[in-house]
Design a protein around this ligand. Structure first.
Ligand code: ADP
Ligand code: MG
Length: 245
């Protein structure tokens, strides 16, 4: 069953002698099961902190992070996966060895099958024996995505996964992620500062500003979407006007 994410009044501060920062003041939202929800915000507004709190890498000060199933029932039975801004592949390991890490408890045959499937999904079949240094930036990020998908997560958390990639490659990756998500149906929380990326990929966009969700937009356009889709341009305009003040 698909799983959704529910945040209730989440806050987080970093206190130090030099300065106190409160990136998350009072965050509440739902990311619906099987949908792509984006958190859109400027650099430094707390997006990574939010993702780390949801994934359990970082502790919150107050509030709660919960997961729920399609019937709305709260559950702890959720398989989460996080894809970082950089691919973070281990350079001394082959692609096969890198992809085997999240599934190392499975036997060799099963690992091989899942690795083959994941590489096919990100359109890089047959690169198991290559090393990360032989991949382009776009290919490495595809492998990062494959590693995120290999354990068949209920919830995929993506932290600006395409932000360091050139425009054309990024556009292909966005289209491919949209297709993969449609095919597999996992719940996706995408962190981004890219308005066009958020509009193209999302079912729902939440704007994060000064530690709070200040705006929520539902993107009504059906999928698969076209990059030139005129239905999307009004959402882009609305967000540009809202964010670029
Ligand atoms: N471990 C930390 N210690 C102190 N301050 C931090 C830490 N992590 C993040 N911050 C601060 O919290 C704010 C939000 O950071 P971050 O969540 O990384 O923003 P974003 O991902 O939106 O760029 C920034 O001001 C950053 O300097
Ligand atoms: Mg960040």
């Amino acid at each position: 069953m698909k799983k959704g994410i529910l945040l209730e009044g989440v806050s987080k501060s970093y206190l130090s002698e030099e300065r106190d920062v409160t990136p998350l003041k009072n965050i509440s939202f739902r990311a619906e099961p099987g949908k792509i929800t984006s958190i859109l915000g400027k650099s430094g507004c707390g997006k990574t902190t939010l993702l780390h709190i949801i994934s359990g890498l970082e502790r919150l000060d107050s509030g709660e992070v919960k997961f729920f199933d399609e019937k709305g029932k709260v559950t702890n039975d959720v398989n989460l996966s996080l894809v970082f801004q950089e691919p973070r592949l281990l350079p001394w390991k082959t692609i096969r060895q890198n992809l085997a890490l999240p599934i190392r408890y499975l036997n060799q045959t099963e690992q091989d099958r899942l690795i083959r499937e994941a590489l096919e999904l990100v359109q890089l079949p047959g690169i198991e024996s290559m090393y990360p240094e032989n991949l382009s930036g776009g290919m490495a990020q595809r492998v990062g995505l494959a590693r995120g998908l290999i354990s068949k997560p209920d919830v995929l958390l993506l932290d600006e996964p395409f932000s360091s990639i050139d425009f054309m490659t990024r556009t292909q990756l966005q289209r491919d992620l949209s297709e993969i998500q449609r095919k597999k149906g996992f719940t996706t929380l995408l962190i981004t500062h890219d308005i066009n990326e958020a509009v193209f990929l999302s079912d729902e966009i939440l704007c994060l500003e000064d530690g709070e969700i200040t705006k929520k937009i539902t993107i009504e356009s059906p999928k698969p979407r076209d990059f030139g889709d005129v239905n999307l341009s009004r959402y882009q305009k609305q967000l540009f006007e809202y964010i670029i003040k």
